[in-house]
Design a protein around this ligand. Structure first.
Ligand code: ZN
Length: 280
């Protein structure tokens, strides 16, 4: 008899198309705001596919579009935080990080009346240089984080860190970490679970890699940005280093692939997935 399917975490890094490109947020008002129609398109797809997700909301977007926070909440999704200004955490001081996080969490909690328990860092930017951020998150009442990529690239990652959910014990609190999902191959740890990787690899490759994770008895987390469902968003010239190759790649395939993924695997919000996992 087949084992019951493993429940995986579906996560949305909820930000507009120009907000993840290392453009300072003081300049964001120059760009065309497309998050409302695109956010609603994503909500419609999730509703049609009967799937609930965790929305890691960027504070800037939540404050600008409080109606979206209400719509996401009303649709039964979990609301977590993606910080306020989409700044690389290791370029911030702990004081600035704390102030932005208090603002972002406070706004969401006031809007929904629910405690924010989950966090994902902009650009997965909890690295060896910003582990202090985990302490601040714990002090602010955050219960889980999903920001540590166990690979190393120019912008993120802690190579060799655990690939599956684990506990981070501190004196006054325990934080749960859900690392960004990877597949361990003989010579490399392969990122497999969302964003540009989802658009670059053929769908069958993503599916087989994620199946391998589930076959090993583990849940994976998958992540997506709303703008990846918006192939017509404005084209701006991007430095090669900053997603110059990947940002616009194969956006027309995202919706079809996402719907397949939601039918091929079982998903839930991350806080519910943690309840199905025994942590080390
Ligand atoms: Zn982001």
């Amino acid at each position: 008899m087949a084992a019951p399917p493993i429940t995986n975490a579906l996560t949305i890094d909820f930000e507009d198309w120009y907000q993840g490109l290392e453009i300072p947020y003081s300049e964001w008002d120059k760009f065309e705001d497309r998050i409302v129609p695109v956010g609603r398109k994503l909500l419609r797809i999730l509703d049609e596919e009967n799937t609930k997700a965790t929305f890691f909301m960027l504070g800037y977007v939540a404050e600008k579009h409080p109606e979206l926070v209400k719509e996401i909440e009303a649709a039964g999704h979990e609301i977590g935080t993606h910080g306020f200004s989409h700044t690389l955490i290791y370029t911030q001081t702990p004081e600035v990080f704390r102030a932005e996080m208090e603002r972002a969490i406070g706004f969401l909690e006031d809007s929904t009346g629910k405690k924010v328990v989950g966090h994902r860092a902009p650009f997965f930017s909890i690295t060896k240089d910003s582990l202090w951020a985990l302490d601040i998150l714990g002090e602010l009442g955050v219960e889980y984080d999903s920001s540590i990529f166990p690979v190393l690239n120019y912008r993120y990652g802690i190579a060799g860190s655990p690939r599956f959910p684990y506990k981070i014990e501190r004196e006054n609190f325990t934080l749960k970490e859900f690392p960004v999902s990877t597949l361990q191959l003989p010579k490399i740890t392969l990122p497999i679970s969302g964003g540009a990787y989802f658009r670059i690899y053929p769908y069958q490759m993503t599916k087989q890699c994620l199946k391998a994770v589930n076959r090993s008895g583990n849940a994976f987390t998958f992540y997506l940005h709303p703008w990846e469902l918006d192939p017509d968003h404005p084209k701006i010239k991007l430095p090669r280093r900053i997603a110059g190759i990947t940002h616009y790649f194969n956006l027309g395939a995202t919706e079809r692939r996402l719907r397949k993924l939601l039918r091929d695997f079982k998903f839930a919000p991350m806080k519910d997935v943690f309840e199905t996992i025994k942590l080390n």
